[in-house]
Ligand binder design. Structure first.
Ligand SMILES: *Cc1c(COP(=O)(O)O)cnc(C)c1O
Length: 449
């Protein structure tokens, strides 16, 4: 960037004299300068609900049991899921080449945009380099997509339970959030009637997260078509968070939502973080799907302008992107998924056998949600109290689903080594057995045995 703007304080308390030989500064009469540096309104409107909840949950773990944290959605924390050697090699080569130390265009190098476009392009949703914007992680992709689609005072439709970043970003930008329900009894499909009832004239976009964090659910083709039908009927564009795209277990198929629509304009956000197991590398992208030219030049130009605020993702990772995408062996993806599936099965089987818990089988991503039958745990008021006590008695930390705007569930992260998964499940079982209170009838049945 060649030019920088020097900003003056809005209610300028300094005057610059242009007509004298040397500019001089003069204090405004009657105003005694004093320090009053305050955090901005925007910073005060910006907060991460997970932090807020987790901070209030601060509790000492059981000193006799080593802590098992199943809370962080970061596949690298246990060291058991390294990325592929080809991926690391690609970055080493990019670094050694010395060619990636400068600024790239703020939307990413043209050649990298081309690589991503070619990788995700398909006949039903064709993509070219100009349809791809590279970003600093999927988080920035979501931020840019929201910022280009919504004005302050408008609203967006967000899944509940859902990833907390959507709300954090929206409130920070003065955008209202309306939550639509997901239905646990229907494998977390969207309550489509509820969704449609929330649309109004101020609705700027619909966020669809598939596969889902925190649910681990994967929408079928026919469900995605029904979601598209709502968007199409109501003329609401879609922001698709597809960071877990292709991370689905063998028995089901992942359909990028844009491949199922010919008319709904869709910004699809993705990146390297989860599928390539390198969240720290901060490489994400927006794929612009707009076959009817509804976004048109305006939204594309808007995205380019917004990308200029921070000048795009790390150029070293951009330099490695082509090799990462072309040379990662299929076994790598396969092995990650079979590991996650095996942990999912293990966790589901173990927790299904526990009275008072209702795990919901995931089909992808790296999470499993567990319902708590609160009526059987009268000692605990809610999921926060439950998970808090689980830390203090069993040193197992799962996020209460209140972090995802959903009560009476907790989320299990499936990226832990298998032996820790087994140990965590048996501690959860011990905890539940200790606190479970059956109904009168259930207790009678127990006595008959
Ligand atoms: C992890 C995650 C992201 C953020 O990805 P980054 O590339 O690390 O910014 C976005 N959406 C969902 C649903 C996630 O789980």
């Amino acid at each position: 960037m060649d030019s920088y703007l020097i900003q003056m304080n809005g209610n300028s308390d300094v005057h610059v004299h242009r007509n004298g030989n040397s500019p001089s500064l003069r204090k405004v009469k009657g105003r005694k300068p004093r320090w009053a540096v305050r955090a901005s309104e925007m910073s005060k409107k910006t907060f991460n609900p997970i932090r807020a909840i987790v901070d209030t949950m601060k509790v000492e773990p059981n000193p006799n049991k080593p802590m098992i944290s199943l809370s962080l959605g970061d596949p690298t924390v246990f060291g058991n899921l390294p990325t592929d050697d080809e991926v690391t090699q690609a970055v080493k080569e990019a670094l050694d080449s010395g060619n990636y130390n400068g600024y790239a265009p703020s939307v990413g190098y043209q050649s990298c945009r081309q690589v991503v476009a070619a990788y995700y392009s398909c006949p039903e949703a064709p993509l070219e380099a100009q349809d791809v914007i590279l970003t600093s992680g999927c988080s920035q992709a979501i931020e840019l997509a929201l910022a280009v689609l919504a004005n302050p005072g408008q609203n967006i439709l967000v899944p509940r339970p859902g990833f907390s970043l959507y709300k954090t970003l929206a409130l920070s930008m003065g955008i209202e959030v309306k939550f639509y329900n997901l239905l646990p009894e229907k494998a977390w499909e969207i309550d489509l009637k509820h969704l449609e009832s929330l649309v109004d004239e101020k609705t700027a976009c619909l966020i669809v997260n598939n596969p889902s964090n925190p649910c681990g659910s994967v929408f079928s083709k026919s469900h995605l078509q029904k979601i598209l039908a709502v968007a199409s009927r109501q003329c609401v564009p879609i922001l698709a968070d597809e960071i877990y795209g292709d991370m689905v277990f063998a028995e089901c198929k992942y359909e990028p939502i844009a491949t199922l629509s010919t008319n709904v304009p869709i910004l699809s956000c993705g990146g390297l973080a989860k599928r390539w197991l390198v969240p720290g590398w901060r490489m994400g992208w927006i794929l612009v799907n707009d076959r009817r030219d509804i976004f048109g030049k305006e939204i594309r130009d808007g995205l380019v302008s917004l990308s200029q605020r921070i000048l795009g993702p790390c150029t070293i990772v951009q330099g490695a992107l082509e090799h990462i995408i072309h040379r990662t062996p299929p076994e790598f993806y396969h092995n990650t998924l079979s590991f996650l599936k095996s942990n999912a099965d293990l966790c589901y089987a173990a927790l299904s056998a526990v009275s008072g818990l209702q795990p919901i089988q995931p089909s992808g991503a790296m999470y499993l949600m567990v319902g708590i039958e609160m009526e059987h745990f009268p000692k605990f008021e809610n999921d926060m109290e439950f998970t808090k006590q689980l830390i203090s008695e069993q040193s197992v930390f799962c996020l209460p689903a209140s972090c995802f705007e959903y009560p009476n569930f907790f989320r299990v992260v499936l990226t832990v080594p298998e032996e820790l998964m087994v140990e965590a499940c048996s501690r959860i079982q011990e905890f539940c057995e200790r606190h479970y209170q059956g109904s009168e009838g259930a207790q009678d049945l127990e006595c008959d045995k």
